[in-house]
Design a protein around this ligand. Structure first.
Ligand SMILES: [Zn+2]
Length: 205
């Protein structure tokens, strides 16, 4: 939810969400009221029509219809919870799709570390981080666990941008800055939780 959102909102129509890994719930003719702070204030569901759910939510909260921003699904549309990306390297956004036929360690040296070093320039960092936040939000990622760079000001900037643009985020400073760090990390099981370390371990061993 955007930090600068001012108005109360009412979401009307069909909602789909998972109650567990095996159970999908589809709710028709429902209303979810979201207050100006971005918190869910009421959930109303009816067997009848969406209008009934709408009226019930407004009455319950004492909101006037002309003061509320209304978003209603059309036929075939539905609301669903935002996606959560549990592992994303924000500085690598400009490098997406350029892996080619290289090896992981060579790719890190040729593309990853130079890109991350370039984000020490805060205007460059602002450009890249704004792009990755906006793009992932546009794809439905409302929460992300971001890896940033070894540079503290740029990492803080990523946090500020997430807050300003309206994406919930967990932001961590990155510790690896070169091939030697990677090899040492591979010898220390606790050094990094990056998934690609498993692949690199095979490569380096
Ligand atoms: Zn990673």
């Amino acid at each position: 939810m955007r930090a600068d959102q001012q108005r109360n909102q009412l979401l009307l129509g069909t909602f789909v969400h998972s109650k567990s890994k095996r159970e999908l719930e589809i709710i028709h003719n429902a209303a979810i009221a979201v207050d100006a702070a971005g918190k869910i204030a009421a959930v109303e569901r009816y067997q009848g029509s969406t209008d009934e759910a709408k009226t019930q939510a407004l009455t319950k909260l004492g909101w006037k219809v002309d003061e509320v921003e209304i978003h209603a699904t059309k036929e075939g549309q539905f609301f669903f919870p935002g996606f959560i990306d549990t592992h994303i390297h924000a500085p690598q956004y400009p490098n997406a799709g350029i892996f080619g036929k290289t090896t992981l360690l060579d790719w890190l040296e040729k593309h990853t570390f130079p890109m991350e070093a370039s984000l020490k320039d805060l205007s460059r960092a602002r450009q890249v981080y704004t792009a990755v936040i906006r793009r992932t939000l546009s794809h439905g990622t409302t929460t992300a666990a971001y890896y940033a760079t070894i540079d503290v000001p740029a990492t803080n900037l990523l946090t500020d941008l997430c807050l300003a643009i309206g994406q919930r985020a967990f932001v961590g400073k990155r510790e690896l800055k070169g091939r030697r760090d990677i090899v040492e990390a591979l010898e220390d099981e606790c050094a990094c939780d990056c998934l690609w370390l498993t692949a690199m371990r095979r490569k380096v061993a």
